[in-house]
Design a protein around this ligand. Sequence first.
Ligand code: 6LW
Length: 586
Amino acid sequence: MRRLLIYSLAAIGFYACIAGSGIPADPVFTPLEFEGQAASFDPATQYRNPILPGFYPDPSICRVGEDFYLVNSTFQYFPGIPVWHSTDLVHWEMCGPVLATGEAITFSRHPMLFGLWAPQISFNPHNRKFYVVCTQVGGGIGNFFATCDDPREGHWDGPFRLPQITGIDPSLFFDEDGRACILTATSPETAGSPVRYEGEGGILMWDFDWKDGVTTGGPRILARGGAHPEQHPSSLEGGHLYKVDDRYFLMCAEGGTELGHSEVVFSADRLEGPYAPCAINPILTQRDLDPARPDPVSCTGHADLVCTAGGDWYAVFLGCRPYDGQEYFNTGRETFLLPVHWRDGQPVILEAGENVPRIVAKDKGLLALSARNRIEAFDGFRPGPLWDTEGLAPFALSVRGDVRDRLRFEPDGRMHLPCSGIALNSYGTPSAVLERITATAFTATTVLSFAPGGEQAAGLVCWQDDEDYMTLSRCLDSLGREVLRVEVYASEPREKFEGFFFSRPKATLRYSQDVVLDARTARSSLALKVESDGNAMYRFSYAPVRKGSSLRKARFAPVGEPIDGRILSSRYCGGFQGAMVGVYAF
Ligand code: 6LW
């Protein structure tokens, strides 16, 4: 009864407050501005790895003429599967996503690490269409493909299901003679062959009739175990086929996408094999290097190769940038680029013992491409506002579905994000608009006008998944006073790096701290800021914003203590995604 009375008084205060101060009933945010710390380099002669910072894992690339296209996994985020365009492999612009509408894809209430895994993009020279194949894992449509005539237009047809094929990491290959096939990563048992050891993986091939969009034969085993099967390697996946001088190369990830990740390559005289491991394997790994090395890149693998019109070869692959030397990273698995050299008739990305460099000297191939670059590249470290008067930025993501119909934009760029009553830990689609955290050290700032009532809350959120996130919220406390509240939800830490794919125990509220707002401040718009330092210590702060005052001159005051940001790391939380930052309303 007392709580009801308190809320009633709060509600009266709430409406009076609106009437008195003009503070909107809905939360209204100014465009979120993110700025990540990044190493400097000379763009004329160098480029910076990752070329796509923040969680852009499982890159796949293709080239048509002078244009390169690249796709990444997006798991349970919407829209699904970003498509990138470049003409020099270093500067990338976002095109429209493959799954851009709520009708194209629906998501289950599975954890964030499920969903859209490892898409592959390819071009069919026989019908001049682009294809993206992908797997929706957990409560979805399984393996599917989509097609379009020009990714820059951003109109993809599909998804078209491929119910005949099982496994993950599908990859299409179109041969010169018109034949086509789809590879997936799955157990050899799918082709009726018992595994030779526990965990033996396989790359299987199905014939694909691209005229009818169906698989017509298979599966047959192209590779099993790994490059050294006697060592019983795990997780042979991410298979891609290439034809070079009439020889077929099958390149795969091996060892699992964590610290033991690597890339291996096989070759054969015929498309259907038999494939034998090439002499030099792995052709990329960082697993044998000193964890104490400077600027480490770990977990490298899941690569794809592309040849330029000038005949130079490059690899895109996923990697991680740990801030503790090896295991902790909040930026997820990102997209890196390296030149590929051919030795003894096979591709090699990095020789054994070589580090993946963060700043790379452009080789002659890249210098030639850069000279022709006309693309205004997307800068992941300073991506610009998360929305503007036109709507959400192309890099904006929402959770398990489209929230755009909940939003309203003012002519000055501010965004109305009405309270939804859907909690951030609901495994549903909360009213949240997010972007990737692309650097360990970063700041993100917005100004929120809002007069909370009842159990409403709105503010900043740093999010890894439904069980692991932090918020800085404007809400009412149990006495009906308006407060700024920092809350940290996290599930149990794990003693050792157990990989990314496992279910999370229920989160608990680990930390909560309020700052009670005086009447004048409660009537103000409040600037909200989250800052992370190079060790991923997160600090939340706020500043009243008076009409006409400059945010740059605002004096921010802390809310709560600094928070150990490792709770948002893949090491702590598991998951294939990286951490996100954004705004939310409950
Ligand atoms: C991807 C597969 C993997 O499909 O993780 O661990 C999945 N390996 O290659 C999601 O990124």
